[in-house]
Write a protein that binds this ligand. Structure first.
Ligand SMILES: Cc1cc2nc3c(=O)[nH]c(=O)nc-3n(C[C@H](O)[C@H](O)[C@H](O)COP(=O)(O)OP(=O)(O)OC[C@H]3O[C@@H](n4cnc5c(N)ncnc54)[C@H](O)[C@@H]3O)c2cc1C
Length: 812
C-alpha cells in the first residue's frame, strides 16, 4: 500500500468503486480504495440488483438515467459483465389515487425524455401474465428497468478504476482519521497509514461509524430488508417460452412488494410496515459477509397480498429468504458531497438504490472533488440538507417511517409525523390553541394554516384542492384587506461583522450592498454563474450586516461562506439559527398596528420600503425590515426568542381593532405567487442563471467583481431558459410542481411551483420554458398547456404580477 495519495476512498461497495472509477476518469490517477474485507462485502453482495430511472426528484432521475447508461461503458473498459437484464417494469395501481400518482410520474418523465406509458389492467396482464388483473385499475410501463449482477457490476467499476490507475487495497480496515494542520488527512489502517489530500466516506453499512472518526453523526441508518426466492415455477417457464423474454419487473404498491424473475423462479421483496433497523446505535465491525435471520412473520401481511395479486406464487416453493441490511437517510436519498467545516472530507453514503444511483453519485462527487462543483443539481442528495436537529434518535425514527412508507403515496399537502415536533418556538402552544395546523420546516414546527373554531385542524391529504382551501383563502383576503401576522422563525438568519464584511459580501453577491439602514435583495452565484443563493441583506452599520435566506439551505450556505471567508480574520459570519426568531405583519393596516407598538416615526417617509432599523417594539429590542414576501405593505420583525411571546401578544392586542388575523405559510406562498415572486429550491436552483430566473433587477454587472460575474454576463446576452408565470384554467386541482409545460403539442418546459392566488382568484403556475418562446409568447397567447394529473389544461403567460403590478402597495 502506498503512503501518499491524492484521495483515499473508504469502502469497496458499489458506491466506493463507482467513486474510484469516476475519479480516475476525471484524471485523478493517484487514488486508493481501502476495503475492510472483500469488494461487495457490505450491503452490496446480497442486493436484489434492480435498477430504474424514476425518482420523485427530476434531478436525481437524471443521474439514475446516467447510471443505467454507464453499465455498457464499464463493461467495455473492464471486460467484466454487469449481468444486465433489461426487462422493463410495471408499476401497478390498485386504486385511483395511485393511478393519478402514476400519471403525474409519466408527465414528469416527458421532459426527462423517458418513454413511459399508462396502460390498462388488461394490457398489464398481457405484459405480466402472473398478475390477477382484477386487483388493479391501471399501470405505468417503463421499458428502461431491469436488474443486474451486483458483484459483477462492482467488479466492473473496480477493474475500470484499476485500468485508470487506481489502487485497491483489500482486507484492510480504516481505524482512524486525523486531520493535519495543513488540512490533509492521516488515514490510519490495519496495514499502516496513508497521507491523503482528500478522504471519501463510502462506508455503506459503516458510514455512520466512519463519520464518527471525524466527529460527525451522519443521519444514516441501516434497515433489515427481506426478499424471497422461489423454486422454479412452471408459469415462469411458460412466459419465457411464449414471449422469448424474461418476466418483466413489477412493483405492487398495495402489497408493498416488488417482483422479478430469478433464474427459473421469481424474487419477491417487501418494504413492510413492521420494519426493523439493524444496529441502530453502532454497526459491529466484525459483521462479515453475513445474512440476518429471516422473519417471515414480519413480512407475512405483504406476502399474503402478493399471493393474491400474483396467484402463481401461492403454490411456488420458497427456496431461500434473504435478509440483509442496507442504509437510508431520513428522506431516503443519498448523502453526497463535502462536509461543512471539514476540509476535503467527502461523503457518498446512504445510497439505498446503489444500482440505480451509484453511477450518478460517483459522477457528481468526482466532479465536485476535481472541479469544485458537482456539475448537476444535486441538492436532493446533498449531505448539507440536514441540520444538527437530525440526531441519531431523529434519524432512527424518520428512517423507519420512510422505509415503511417506501411504496406509499406522499401527497403534496402531507406532513409526516415521525420525530415531531423536534424544534418549536415559544408560540407553538399559543398558535396551536388558535387552530394552527403545523408543518415541518427544516426541523421547525411552522404554522401552515389556521382552522377556525369548530373546524378540525387537520389536512385531508389530496392531489387536489383540499379542506384548507377556503381557510387559506380567508387568511389571504384578511391580509390583503386588513392585516395579518405570521411567524417567520423558519427563515435562515446570519450576522456578518468585521471591517471586511461589506467587501466580502459584495464579492459573493450579484447586487450592490445597501447603504446603512437599507435592505437589498441579491442572488448569489457559483463560478458557473448559476444560482446558489438568494438573500435579503440589511446594513446596520459599516461593519455589521444582517442577512436572511432559505432555512433549508443553512448548512449548504454556511459551507460556501466558510470556504470563502478571508483568512485574515477581517470578516466573521454567524448562522443565528433559533437564536433569532421573527414575526411578519402584512396588509394595508400593518403600519397602523406597528404604530401602536412604538413611539418612533414609522411614516413611509421616515421608514420607507426597504428600510431596516433596530427599534424597541412593545418595549422589547427588535430589528425591523420594511419588506414582506406577501408583496403588500408589511414588516419583518426580528427578535430574541425570549421576547417573541410578548411581541406576538402585543401585536395581536394592537391589531384587534383592525381585525388582525393569524396567517400561515400557505397563505404567504399564495400571496407571493400573486406577485410572481420566486422561491428558493423551486424557481431558484443551481441549474438556472439569474437572468433566466428573471432576477435581472438584482444583478449589477457594473459593480465590483463577484463570483460568477463573467458567466452571468454571457447569460444575460443569451439566456437559454426563462422563468414565467402562467394563469392556468383548472377544475379542482392546481399545479404542485414538476408538471410538463406543452406548447403547440410538444413538451417545452416544466413547472417549478404554483397554487391558487386567492386574492386575484386565479390558479397560478411558475416554470421554465425556452427563452425564445417566452419572449415570442409574451403577448399572452394561449397556446400553452400544463399537464395536471393526466389532463392538459390551457395556460396563459402572465408577464405582470396579477396583484399590484406597480408595487404601490408595498411601497405605500
Ligand atoms: C436485501 C437487499 C436487497 C437490495 N436490493 C437492491 C436493489 O434491488 N437495487 C438497488 O439498487 N439496491 C438494492 N439494495 C441496496 C444496495 O445493496 C445498496 O444501495 C448498495 O449496496 C450500497 O452500496 P455502498 O457501496 O454504499 O455500501 P456497502 O455495500 O455497504 O459498501 C461499503 C463498504 O465499505 C467497507 N467499509 C466500511 N467501513 C470501512 C472501513 N472503516 N475501512 C475499510 N472499509 C470499510 C465495507 O466493508 C463495505 O464493503 C439492496 C440491499 C439489500 C440488503
Amino acid at each position: 500500500m502506498k503512503s501518499h495519495a491524492q484521495a483515499v476512498v473508504i469502502g469497496g461497495g458499489v458506491v466506493g468503486c463507482s467513486v474510484l472509477y469516476h475519479l480516475t476518469k476525471a484524471g485523478w490517477k493517484d487514488v486508493v480504495l481501502i476495503e475492510r474485507s472483500e469488494l461487495t462485502s457490505g450491503s452490496t453482495w446480497h442486493a436484489a440488483g434492480g435498477f430504474h430511472t424514476l425518482n420523485g426528484d427530476p434531478n436525481v432521475a437524471k443521474l439514475q438515467a446516467y447510471t443505467i447508461g454507464l453499465y455498457k461503458e464499464i463493461e467495455e473498459i473492464s471486460g467484466q459483465s454487469c449481468g444486465l437484464h433489461l426487462t422493463g417494469g410495471l408499476q401497478l395501481a390498485g386504486n385511483t389515487e395511485r393511478l393519478e400518482w402514476l400519471k403525474m410520474a409519466k408527465a414528469r418523465g416527458r421532459y426527462l425524455g423517458m418513454e413511459l406509458d399508462i396502460i390498462s389492467p388488461k394490457e398489464a396482464k398481457d405484459l405480466l401474465p402472473l398478475i390477477d388483473e382484477s386487483h388493479f385499475v391501471g399501470a405505468l410501463w417503463d421499458p428502461i428497468e431491469g436488474h443486474l449482477d451486483p458483484s459483477g457490476t462492482t467488479h466492473a467499476y473496480a477493474k475500470s478504476a484499476r485500468i485508470g490507475g487506481a489502487e485497491i487495497v483489500l482486507r484492510n480496515r480504516v481505524t482512524d482519521l486525523t486531520q493535519n494542520p495543513d488540512g490533509t488527512w492521516t488515514v490510519v489502517t490495519d496495514q499502516g497509514t496513508i497521507h491523503a489530500e482528500h478522504v471519501v466516506n463510502c462506508g455503506g453499512l459503516w458510514a455512520r461509524e466512519v463519520g464518527r472518526m471525524v466527529g460527525l453523526e451522519l443521519p444514516v441508518l441501516a434497515m433489515e430488508h427481506m426478499y424471497v426466492l422461489t423454486e422454479d415455477m412452471p408459469e415462469v417457464a411458460e412466459i419465457n417460452q411464449v414471449t422469448g423474454k424474461e418476466v418483466v419487473h413489477a412493483i405492487d404498491f398495495e402489497g408493498e412488494i416488488y417482483i422479478r424473475q430469478e433464474r427459473g423462479g421469481m424474487l419477491m421483496g417487501t418494504y413492510e410496515k413492521a420494519c426493523r433497523p439493524w444496529s441502530p446505535r453502532q454497526a459491529p465491525w466484525e459483521f462479515g459477509q453475513e445474512l440476518l435471520v429471516p422473519d417471515l412473520e414480519r413480512i407475512a401481511p405483504s406476502l399474503e397480498v402478493g399471493f393474491s395479486h400474483f396467484p402463481a406464487f401461492e403454490h411456488a416453493g420458497i427456496k431461500q429468504i434473504i435478509n440483509g441490511p442496507f442504509t437510508f437517510a431520513p428522506d431516503g436519498n443519498p448523502l453526497v458531497g463535502p462536509v461543512r467545516g471539514l476540509r476535503n472530507f467527502w461523503c457518498a453514503c446512504a445510497v439505498m438504490a446503489g444500482f440505480s444511483q451509484g453511477g450518478g453519485v460517483g459522477l457528481a462527487l468526482s466532479n465536485w472533488m476535481v472541479d469544485g462543483d458537482p456539475g448537476f443539481d444535486v441538492w436532493a442528495m446533498d449531505v448539507a440538507r440536514f441540520g444538527d436537529w437530525a440526531t441519531l434518535g431523529y434519524t432512527n425514527a424518520k428512517v423507519q417511517e420512510n422505509y415503511s412508507r417506501r411504496f406509499s403515496i406522499r401527497f403534496p399537502n402531507e406532513e409526516l409525523p415521525a420525530a415531531r415536533p423536534v424544534q418549536t418556538t415559544a408560540l407553538y402552544d399559543t398558535l396551536r390553541a388558535q387552530g394552527a395546523v403545523m408543518g415541518d420546516s427544516w426541523g421547525l414546527e411552522t404554522p401552515l394554516w389556521f382552522a377556525p373554531e369548530g373546524v378540525e385542524p387537520r389536512d385531508i391529504v389530496s392531489f387536489r384542492r383540499s379542506n384548507d382551501f377556503e381557510h387559506v383563502k380567508a387568511e389571504v383576503m384578511a391580509v390583503r384587506q386588513g392585516v395579518g401576522v405570521t411567524e417567520i422563525a423558519n427563515f435562515a438568519k446570519y450576522e456578518i461583522t468585521g471591517p471586511g464584511a461589506e467587501a466580502w459580501l459584495s464579492g459573493l453577491m450579484t447586487n450592490r450592498m445597501p447603504r446603512t439602514g437599507r435592505i437589498v435583495l441579491t442572488p448569489m452565484l457559483n463560478e458557473n454563474g448559476k444560482l446558489i443563493g438568494d438573500f435579503t441583506i440589511a446594513k446596520l452599520s459599516d461593519e455589521r450586516f444582517m442577512m436572511f435566506g432559505s432555512s433549508q439551505a443553512q448548512v449548504y450556505h454556511m459551507r460556501w461562506f466558510e470556504q470563502h471567508l478571508p483568512t485574515d480574520g477581517s470578516v466573521a459570519i454567524e448562522a443565528l439559527g433559533m437564536g433569532l426568531v421573527g414575526l411578519s405583519i402584512a396588509g394595508p393596516k400593518a403600519r397602523d398596528v406597528l404604530a401602536v407598538l412604538t413611539d418612533e416615526d414609522i411614516t413611509s417617509k421616515a421608514f420607507p420600503f426597504m428600510a431596516f432599523r433596530e427599534m424597541d417594539l412593545a418595549a422589547v429590542p427588535t430589528m425591523v425590515g420594511r419588506i414582506t414576501y406577501t408583496g403588500d405593505l408589511g414588516y419583518e420583525i426580528w427578535v430574541a426568542p425570549e421576547y417573541e411571546r410578548r411581541l406576538y401578544q402585543t401585536i395581536m392586542a394592537a391589531g384587534a381593532t383592525h381585525g388582525i388575523v393569524n396567517f400561515g405559510m400557505r397563505a404567504l406562498l399564495s400571496m407571493r405567487l400573486e406577485k410572481n415572486f420566486p422561491t428558493w429550491f423551486r424557481e431558484l436552483r443551481p441549474i438556472y442563471g439569474p437572468f433566466e430566473a428573471g432576477l435581472e433587477r438584482f444583478v449589477d454587472l457594473s459593480k465590483n467583481d463577484f463570483i460568477g460575474r463573467e458567466r452571468a454576463a454571457k447569460e444575460k446576452d443569451a439566456p437559454t431558459l426563462k422563468r414565467v408565470t402562467f394563469v392556468v384554467d383548472v377544475d379542482d386541482a392546481d399545479v404542485i410542481g414538476d408538471e410538463p409545460i406543452w406548447h403547440d403539442g410538444a413538451v417545452v418546459g416544466w413547472v417549478t411551483s404554483g397554487g391558487y392566488g386567492h386574492f386575484v382568484d386565479a390558479s397560478l403556475a411558475q416554470g421554465y420554458i425556452p427563452a425564445g418562446l417566452a419572449n415570442g409568447a409574451s403577448d399572452g397567447n394561449g397556446a400553452f398547456e400544463i399537464e395536471i394529473i393526466g389532463e392538459r389544461r390551457p395556460a396563459t403567460i402572465q408577464p405582470e404580477p396579477l396583484f399590484d403590478p406597480e408595487g404601490l402597495r408595498m411601497r405605500g
